[in-house]
Design a protein around this ligand. Sequence first.
Ligand code: COA
Length: 256
Amino acid sequence: MSEHLNVTIRDRICQILLNRPDKKNALTMAMYEGLTQALKDADANPEVRVILLGSTGDSFCSGNDIGDFIGAINSPNAVQAPLQFLQTISSLAKPIVAVVPGVAVGIGVTMLLHCDLVIASDQASFQLPFARLGLVPEGGASLILPQLVGHRRAFELLVMGESFSATTASDLGIINRVVMHNSLQDLSILEAGKLAALAPDAVRQSKAMIRNISQSQLQEVLLAEVEQFAARLKSAEAMEALQAFMQKREPDFSRF
Ligand code: COA
């Protein structure tokens, strides 16, 4: 298990915390692998009824580690660990409660599209900067977001890629609820506890029934997105954007 993940089981709730606060919980390959394993273990463990996905520090998740992206660009496996994580989180039987205290970027947002109850602090912010990074959407966002919010708002979120507030995320249906920052943890545990007290088979069967997107279509889209994403990672546009982030400057796309 990655040193940057904390996993605990208590009162039928498996709490998985992203724990790399100094990097805003940016996800490394080891974190993806650890997350995939922790989610599979929780789904299979009869002592667990609910998965609570959260973070330490003031951020939820700043997306894929950009240094890792640059280092892995020529590796055919660059996107395998994220893909396996997405395939796993999108097909779990047990309910997932996500707790978002602060910034959520990229896959830090798209993973929320596969959670069942998403509770965010009023200080949280959300951003899907794929095109801004010379990349394309992942995590099923190209399928789920247009269905959820329509083409124009999905275009704005995924292509313009500007940051938006927790209230906007709630209005768009990306999250369930916005709460005061200092009550976030207590309220999330309370909601997870309520879910853990319900009839477990009924909860799981209901979750399966109300997924409004066919699993086979979603799994196909996850693969198709990852193929295009991997190709984009090798593009000069993406390299300019990713290096600009590491060099703490604005990207310059004027030569393309
Ligand atoms: N990958 C690698 N490092 C990251 C990171 C990421 N996705 N997100 C943040 N970090 C690092 C920063 O480089 C910085 O490291 P340093 O202290 O060694 O300089 C540290 O985390 C703190 O980030 P910083 O940018 O100083 O914090 P902030 O509060 O000003 O901004 C964000 C927070 C999340 C808005 C900003 O870091 C950001 O935009 N990150 C990139 C998000 C992104 O594009 N993700 C990929 C999507 S596909």
